[in-house]
Design a protein around this ligand. Sequence first.
Ligand code: OXT
Ligand code: ADP
Ligand code: MG
Length: 575
Amino acid sequence: MTTDATANDTTDGFNLLIDALKLNDLDTIFCLPGIPITDLTRKAQAAGLRVIAFRHEQNAGNAAAIAGFMTQKPGICLTVSAPGFLNGLVALTNATTNCFPMILISGSSEREIVDLQQGDYEEMDQLAIARPLCKAAYRVLHAEDIGVGVARAIRAAVSGRPGGVYLDFPAKLFAQVMDADAGRKSLIKVVDPAPRQIPAPDAVRRALDLLKSARRPLILLGKGAAYAQADADIRALVEKSGIPYLPMSMAKGLLPDTHEQSAAAARSYVLPAADVVLLIGARLNWLLSHGKGKTWGGKSSKAWGGQQYIQIDISPQEADSNVRIAAPLVGDIGSCVAALLGGMGADWARPPADWLNAIAERKNKNIAKMAETLARDPQPMNFHSALNVVRDIIKANPDAILVNEGANALDFTRSIVDMYKPRKRLDVGTWGVMGIGMGFAVAAAVVGGHPVIAIEGDSAFGFSGMEVETICRYHLPVCIVILNNNGVYGGADVNPTGGPDVAPTVFVKGARYDKLMEAFGGVAVHVTTPAELRSAMEEAVRSKEPTLINAVIDETAGTESGRITSLNPQSAKKK
Ligand code: OXT
Ligand code: ADP
Ligand code: MG
């Protein structure tokens, strides 16, 4: 240990940082130790914090980000300097893109040497690099400023639109000693870090007037709605209004997917057909065709764009970012939804029956078609027959948290596996980024308190697969199912030259990912049928043992890029 601050009347940078986190109820650190933060991780553990050490900083960062999403408290990620910092930065930027609150704290080299570019150990001007890639970035140079630095980071992460914050701690800071009493007094317990933002009454009235005028209204729930933890009021708004709703991927389960007002199974019908759309914590970005594009999936390519929008968002700059927003409602979702509910009155008329009937007709047709597909038992197993099992397991265990990444593995899971409770589906988010899997799974198990089921494409898993060791080390109740189709989107591509190299999307055929779990003492299962998958998953959920199931899927069952094939330049040209 490097600190001399053993006397009762002094403290140091290490202890002040730990105390500042504890004072603000930030009790978990996701990290990867090394110079200059190794002692910090030890001391934090000794001080009673939960310290979860990873094998790669990106996974620790992803864990912090999703812990932030699940708890509304900034997740803390701690890394070493330059390379560790850069590894964590992808997760910090992804968190910011997704509006998840997290704080990346990185040790850094000596300012004097970095600024003169004299070649310090892991030299890098980290603050300058982080600043454009996250919501806010601060450096602390003096022990007496640690309290302020942590307080500013917390406020920046969770107030307004949540996001990622970088805190730069030069190595020398940790060992700085100061008077203990002065140190205590320098710390700040942040009061009301994410203040409610009450929408203006005229904005509420405007929104209600527009909603009332709709003939074909639709509510769109985004992951902001899931983050806001206003679950009861959101459900009350949907049910009192009688308006059909569509959940974005991570908003699934905000109301049970089996809810009669869910229009998820008629998605490509309702989006172009709706006349007024109420967006709750969802941006009109690429995932919603920018509010003017075409629906996805290839079959229906009907353009949409004639809608009028009401948009609830905490960011006053979000409205009009893609199309005109007729009624922006700026405020926190809890306050906005409560205000709408309060203004609806007892005489609120439910949407016209012809709209509801038209949706029901499409929805029932799609559900029947899905049931038919799910009932098949092809050899080899395909995405549907495997995910039919996962669907049943989640239905029987609605508290389980589902982590999901891949392309086909992602898209099929989203539409096949119903969610029943809020914030139970964690996935690739706004960027469609691969590599969140094991970081999310670890954090979900640590802060979620329920079994975790990670449904992974074999490519997706590879980005964070080494964290299987972390899952075993902390003995976490995580069941990983690898939908193994031998590659990126599938394994059937061939090298057109006939040369010895396989095609770029193809992996080793018949790879046994279960052996990776075996190496670290977890439960490893190899399955080729739905029945085997079912019994392995049931046992994993029952036993809560770290489990990896290598599920062999027909290598021709997927499509290029899953549901978003049209985003490939080549495919777009072909259309
Ligand atoms: O209405 P229609 O008829 O259209 O039908 C829809 C619904 O109505 C219906 N539905 C239902 N029917 C019946 N019953 C029920 N309950 C029901 N629910 C729905 O089903 C359809 C579909 O519904 P959905 O999904 O709601 O609607 P839709 O139209 O698809 O929604 C549009 C979108 C855009 C909102 C949605 O598709 C979406 O959210 N998509 C996200 C896509 C995404 O993010 N993909 C990940 C990125 S792909 C690519 O980038 C990959 N990479 C490159 C890479 C990345 N990403 N990152 C990094 C760091 N490096 C590289 C890589 C490497 S993916 C990838 C790996 C892939 O290989 P893997 O092995 O991992 O995975 P496999 O593909 O499995 O091999
Ligand atoms: P999705 O991908 O599910 O459509 P997005 O990430 O695009 O969701 O949108 C989330 C939106 O929610 C962001 O615009 C963000 O500003 C907003 N948001 C996040 N938290 C809150 C909150 N507590 N109150 C209001 N808006 C919020
Ligand atoms: Mg695959």
